[in-house]
Ligand binder design. Structure first.
Ligand code: AMP
Length: 113
């Protein structure tokens, strides 16, 4: 069994509050939400970070942005706005070494500084 927590969520071996999924991606609620809407979108295939994005299949790469947008839309934040963040590596504080996008919204977000 994979030791990667997000691989285990993708496989259904670890429970998560899944809000959307298809053959390439899973979206679920962050366990420590920073805002009323805080989702994580992951590719099903294990890619450690954005720095290894070339390891994603061409099809998954091509569909990633549309899946993110559809996830935000179904979470109800498309009209009010939202932020997508990908922490990559130590300086960004990446905790889970499986590529993921945070989709954060549902409130007026502060500045990026
Ligand atoms: P990052 O710093 O970008 O690697 O953030 C990892 C995120 O994953 C954090 O916001 C955690 O709260 C979240 N997280 C870690 N484990 C789980 C889990 N089992 N279910 C949901 N969210 C998780």
């Amino acid at each position: 069994m994979s030791e990667c927590i997000f691989c285990r969520i993708s496989a259904g071996d670890v429970p998560a509050d899944v809000v959307a999924q298809d053959e390439d991606f899973v979206a679920f609620r962050d366990a420590r939400p920073l805002a009323p809407v805080h989702l994580l979108v992951i590719p099903r295939s294990h890619v450690a970070s954005l720095d290894e994005a070339e390891e994603l299949s061409a099809e998954a790469s091509a569909r990633a942005l549309a899946f993110l947008a559809a996830t935000a839309r179904s979470a109800g934040v498309a009209e009010t706005g939202y932020r997508v963040i990908t922490n990559t590596g130590p300086d960004a504080g990446q905790e889970v070494m499986h590529l993921h996008w945070h989709v954060i919204g549902g409130t007026r977000l502060g500045g990026m500084a």
